[in-house]
Design a protein around this ligand. Structure first.
Ligand code: ATP
Ligand code: MG
Length: 226
């Protein structure tokens, strides 16, 4: 297992209505000027201990946990999603999905929602920006679960954040999943878990999972493959 000790610099900026904004850069501790960002290459066995630091105060916010996996095909994506769906911490959680067009973000969400019990067609929210779901129960709890699947690719009007009620959604409990979170940069809260999906030459998907909160850490600790 490789173990890196790095600092994550998080710039906390105030937004209108005092919403926190996080800019996450991954900076290797050995870099003296702290300007060069470095992303660790995905590897099946990587486990990295990182630290999240508030740039303004220097305070440690949360130790980050990074896992890297390879989904060799969609069956592997489905297996991972099925394992994630067994985690009770999903009931109040925000997961960001990063990756180029066609990386497999929607596919992952479809597998996760199906594993949670969503029936019928799961549409990509590229045009609607958000698709909501309501489950009467989940595999782990006999309680309702609200799910929102966002795709911010076409999101370009900050006023829509208020008008469409996105602020309220992110303030409420439930499972929020967001493709293209970069396009809503500065509005989204810190994600519990960030998935970075990258297509490999053989069409497999290299996946880096970053837990940024205790909820994210609980998810990563329990999900398989470990
Ligand atoms: N693990 C995987 N292995 C091989 N192919 C995959 C895998 N995951 C997804 N795919 C394929 O990749 C294609 C694109 O997937 P998807 O629509 O999920 O991408 P996306 O990241 O949501 O793209 P966009 O940014 O356009 O929304 C689909 O044809 C899907 O079947
Ligand atoms: Mg998509």
């Amino acid at each position: 297992m490789r173990r890196h000790v790095c600092h994550i610099a998080v710039k906390a900026l105030l937004q209108p209505r005092q919403q926190s904004r996080f800019c996450v850069r991954q900076i290797d501790a050995t870099y003296s000027d702290l300007c060069e960002s470095e992303f660790l290459p995905p590897a099946a066995d990587a486990g990295n201990q990182l630290t999240l630091i508030d740039q303004a105060t220097g305070d440690v916010v949360h130790p980050l946990i990074v896992k890297s996996l390879v989904w060799s095909d969609e069956a592997a994506t489905r297996l991972f999603a099925a394992s994630l769906a067994q985690q009770p911490a999903l009931a109040n959680c925000f997961i960001e999905l990063h990756g180029d067009l066609g990386a497999g973000k929607t596919s992952f969400v479809r597998h996760l929602l199906q594993a949670l019990g969503v029936q019928g067609r799961i549409k990509s929210p590229t045009y609607a920006v958000v698709e909501p779901y309501e489950l009467a129960r989940t595999p782990t709890a006999d309680q309702p679960l609200a799910i929102w699947h966002f795709d911010f690719y076409r999101f370009d009007d900050p006023q829509e954040w208020e008008d469409a009620g996105f602020r309220d959604i992110f303030a409420s409990s439930g499972l929020k999943l967001a493709e293209w979170p970069e396009k809503a940069h500065g509005m989204l809260p810190l994600a519990d878990l960030a998935l970075h999906i990258e297509v490999q030459d053989d069409e497999a998907r290299a996946v880096r999972l970053i837990a940024q909160t205790p909820t994210g850490a609980a998810l990563l600790a329990a999900v398989s493959p470990a």
